[in-house]
Write a protein that binds this ligand. Sequence first.
Ligand code: FAD
Length: 830
Amino acid sequence: SQRVVIIGAGIVGTNLADELVSRGWSNITVIEQGPLSMPGGSTSHAPGLVFQTNPSKTMTLFAKYTVEKFLALEKDGQNCFNQLGGLEIATTQERMEELKRKHGYAQSWGIEANLISAEECHKRYPGLNKDIILGALHIPTDGLALAARATQILIESTRNSGVRYLEHTVVTGIEQASGHVTGVTTNKGSVPANIVVSCAGFWGVEIGKMIGLKVPLLPLGHQYVKTTAVSSLKNREVNKNINAMNAEYPILRYQDQDLYYREHGEQIGIGYYGHRPMPVNAADLGVTPEKVDDKHMPSRLDFTPEDFAPAWKASQELLPALRETEIADGFNGIFSFTPDGGSVVGQAPNLDNFYVAEAVWVTHSAGVARAVAEVLTEGRSKIDISELEITRFEEVQLSPEYVSETSQQNFVEIYDIIHPLAPKINPRDLRVSPFNARQRELGAFFLEVGGWERPHWYEANADLVKSLPEEWKPVDRDAWSSQFYSPIAAAEAWKTRNAVAVYDMTTFHRFEVFGPAAVDLLQRLTTSDVTRAPGAITHTLLLNEHGGVLSDLFVSRLEEDVFQVGANTATDLAYLAREARHQSKLNPAQWVQVRDVTGSTCCLALMGPRARDVIRGISSDDFSNKSLPYMSVRKQGLGGIPVTLFRKSYVGEHGWEIQTTPEFGQRLWDLLWQAGQPHGLVAAGRAAFNGLRLEKGIRIAGSDFSSEYNPYEAGITYAIQRDKKADFVGKCALEAASRRTPTKRLRCLTVDDGRSIVLGKEPVFRDGKVAGYVTNAAFGYSIRKPIVFAWLPKDVNEGEAIEIEYFSRKIKATVVSDPQHDPQHRRLHD
Ligand code: FAD
């Protein structure tokens, strides 16, 4: 098997060694700077609470696997998980509502969960002050991971299977040749390897620096204390479980005060996130000492009691028995926070076969380790990890300033109730399109994506709402779905379907693929034939070898050897760039390069039945279907501005995406604006766009589908070409998938009452049982109903009644045909 070096023997590194061993790999060395018996990283003092439920399906499934694995990880008759159950309590009505939402996630992702009363809470945890509790979410399978013990058992078992462990050994450099990792340098010499995985926890930033890789995580101190003995916990009936596992009651979260609790025998452990962020520079912690113990380890900083004062007061109110106790021991323990709260996993974009698995909680450790092991041994993780990929970050998001500011904000907000559309407070205005000044003049309401400011609607269109025809008037929404929304979106949608609107498309990723082998690269990686003559646009897919969909691309052939690729994420760029490098290395004369042109271009989509009238007001060129048919591209001048016109549409209307370089951006806006006024042109934002694209049946990579699904399941066969002769990645698997009946499918639903909005990730019920989950939803303005995409079993039929659970309320919906708007695509070809 491959020769693997794993850096770090914390819960992630040891789990990874185990996952690789169980897949038959044995040539593995784990290098740890501390003593193996207690390495001194975050794992060495982790209290190990595992609350599995998370808005992310991937993270919840990883937590579920960690629970299952630790339950089975046994030595001397004792396993590594104490399944006490988890209680997340609410002391405010807002939190109670939030728990209902979380209950929905649990059902969507297959975790048993119950919303319980304050009375029931008290029964499960008699020490709780039930006067301040309104209710709780109870997850029976949550509990305590014995992380340090699990680490030791995994070290022992993998060692028995041949894994080599080097303790007191510090990795000081990464060795490489021709863009490929070849080993690591340590204070005790070199260790060769053809795969290196950094599982260095919060030291990950330092390891990254060794290869010029920016690892976007910030080590932060987090307070944890143990109280003196609680009298009611003393002398408990000698119970084998309490003896072995130190606990009897459920693990507890009191998020309204940023607190969590567990028992340590007679003592209570309290974790607190309400204090000021305490950033740490891992490089300043010095060398891990020869001897590490409970009180002395690099990841443990001195306790700052003044920061804990509010927590102590709130804890004594919640658990009155604590009033008779004191703080016996406290510390500020270090672990990793990231700009979006997610782990940082995957192959480094700048060095082949160098991987990271960092910013991972104990909760997700076994799941992340299994995913990385699957990537190494099979080429992909069965559970999609795109939201964890290190390559998901934009360049601007990798700066130390950005990482520090956003990671600290994530620490502060860790238990806050955050709306799914809520933007970052800071930093803002990092990336603005050249249309920004004009958008502000029109009262744009901006949300942030990838550092970009993206308009969601324009206040300037507010008056239009009053004059909307009755069947287009917006319907009232509940308080939650009204946040970050405006009824103005209805007017902007109406204009798009009935006149013309301009959308800023600058935030979409655009790459240029160029060179003599550009066509070969795209032929090899995508599902469609891209050899058509310059001027053609091809909608196509990137698959993995197993037929799972990585992304969808719009490939526009601008010149013989120059393509522009409209993509979804920075991960798409990293993938194409790596493949281009490999291909060019094999045959340097036949080179190909990929570069990001997102920031060096800008783009406006002019969409609607009167789009042609607008453009004809600017130019006398031929914009007929014959001259520039749907899915074609051409460069030309428009009012003296050099532009590229892409005849395509995300909203299902006739029109063009008009691209130029940023210096002409404002002029292009003004030109279209002026020419558009006689035809009723408005600026329109993302809120309208979302509804229109759902009506048109357009799926979005990452949220509607992922590598877990093949194109037949995802309903995106329009982007594959069944008769493509040339071989491409995933072709065999795709052919096999075409012969299988899918087990589930992404379906389109409409909400029966015409007004109840859901926002995504809600569970879907069929005959009273959970049958799937919502991916995206929006109001379908043209059909005057909320429209929803949801994963459902294959045999669900059109017309079938189903229910969606939203804040514990069941909303009736119907499976409908897809797309709902212009199924014959007449408007696109108009
Ligand atoms: P670590 O355990 O830090 O392991 C990384 C290892 O890499 C270290 O042993 C280090 O010595 C080694 N290393 C680093 N650099 C080098 C080098 N150059 N050469 C050789 N070796 C190197 N998570 C939960 O899920 N639930 C909880 O309740 C929970 N509570 C927490 C409470 C506190 C107070 C803290 C601090 C953290 C808590 N966490 C919790 C988070 C959790 O502890 C960590 O996320 C997790 O332990 C990280 O595991 P790891 O293996 O990635 O990192």
